[in-house]
Design a protein around this ligand. Structure first.
Ligand code: ACO
Length: 363
């Protein structure tokens, strides 16, 4: 029996920090409201493309695994924000890290993209078709936001995280998952004109028609992740107390607290970093996993439960049994290109564009 051990991990957060106070300079909001309703204090805004963030997270993960990128059989990039639709963003990653022998594709399950990718990568290894698979979650949701709407535009940040999966004989890696989607509610979280449905040569350039029904998403997130968690625990005949660490999607601290309460998980068993990065969509889970390892919160053999939900409304949960190694085999010293702009300077053109588009539409 083949398993897919996680042997490498890496993350990439762009340097520009957008604080709640920064947002309050152009939105009718406050640090107090954002902190208490979401748990977010700040988020990152990228000066580079999604695929560039993904590539650096990938290089770091490949180094930690002690591999050469030419050894990879597949690259799965979970993203809803590819630089281009044609070609896919995963091909940029392949070229940039030198994974010349890898099959590559983008996977769009929004915030659940990494968990879906982990499931597919694991299945490819367990079937015997592949030996080494790189799974990345990378997103730049702030690019799509309507900065005239205050509830949605305070929630998201940019980032990327990655893991390397390698075939192994011992039971480790992803050992159970449950994935799903509430397609009938797909409109409640949508950039409705972000694809070919958009009328060409009409509409306002650069503006996306975002629909976001926060309270309904909140309810469905708790329900979808809750059901998926119950299902994976049942599959493995595990009691919640037997989970060593909960690594949830970071969308809202209140959602995380609700899940932790259901799992009866004390704070030391829950990874929370939403205050620093906001919701980085497909990147939240691999970034949180990476930080848990860096902080020594994962031990060999630990059972880690992860759960996520996102646009679609996709949802999923998975149990990972950690292998024997919790330290990197090597380090990658590459960095992103220099950035000379503040986060506010990076997003103000979008804010002004959104205001102009909304004013134009109202005419
Ligand atoms: N600043 C100040 N006030 C605000 C803000 C803001 N940023 N946003 C909303 N408010 C106001 C509202 O206007 C409302 O005022 P009113 O009572 O005068 O009408 C009040 O605050 C309460 O609004 P609610 O919508 O009831 O606030 P709620 O407690 O539901 O929190 C939130 C809103 C944070 C969006 C919450 O619903 C949520 O987190 N939902 C889940 C969202 C989520 O996780 N999305 C992830 C998507 S994943 C993906 O795939 C992209």
């Amino acid at each position: 029996m083949q398993y897919a051990n996680i042997t490498g991990w890496g993350k990439c957060l762009p340097p520009a920090v957008l604080s709640n106070e920064d947002l309050a300079t152009f939105l009718d909001t406050s640090d107090e409201w954002i902190s208490t309703r979401t748990g977010i204090k700040e988020r990152r805004i990228s000066h580079v493309s999604t695929a560039t963030l993904a590539s650096l997270a990938a290089k770091r993960a490949v180094a930690v695994a002690g591999l050469d990128a030419t050894e990879l059989d597949m690259v799965i990039l979970g993203t809803a924000c590819p630089d281009t639709l044609i070609p896919n963003a995963a091909s940029f990653v392949q070229a940039s890290i030198g994974a010349v022998n890898a099959a590559v594709f983008d996977l769009n399950a929004a915030c659940t993209g990494f968990v879906y990718g982990l499931s597919i990568g694991t299945a490819m290894i367990r079937s015997g078709a592949m030996k080494k698979v790189l799974v990345i979650g990378a997103d730049r949701i702030p690019y799509f936001l309507d900065y005239t709407i205050r509830d949605v535009s305070v929630l998201f940040g940019d980032g990327a995280g990655a893991v390397v999966l390698e075939a192994c004989d011992e039971e480790c890696g992803l050992i159970a998952e449950k994935l799903g989607c509430d397609g009938e509610a797909r409109d409640i979280l949508a950039a409705r004109d972000s694809g070919t449905v958009r009328e060409r040569f009409a509409g306002v350039d650069g503006f996306f028609d975002v629909n976001f029904e926060g309270q309904e998403i909140f309810k469905r997130a708790v329900r979808g992740m809750g059901q998926a968690i119950t299902c994976v625990l049942e599959k493995l005949a595990l009691e919640p107390e037997q989970i060593d660490l909960l690594v949830p999607h970071q969308a809202n601290l209140r959602i995380i607290d609700t899940l932790a309460k259901r799992m009866k998980s004390p704070p030391e068993k829950v990874v929370i970093n939403i205050e620093k990065y906001g919701n980085t969509s497909a990147a939240t889970v691999p970034i949180a996993l990476c930080e848990a390892l860096e902080e020594g919160r994962i031990q060999p053999g630990d059972k880690i439960l992860t759960a996520a939900f996102g646009a679609g409304l996709t949802w999923g949960a998975a149990v990972i049994k950690w292998g024997s190694r919790i330290t990197p085999l090597a380090e990658c010293h590459d960095e992103l290109p220099e950035n000379d702009k503040t986060a506010l300077e990076l997003i103000m053109p979008w804010v002004e564009g959104c205001r102009a588009a909304v004013a134009e539409k109202a005419k």
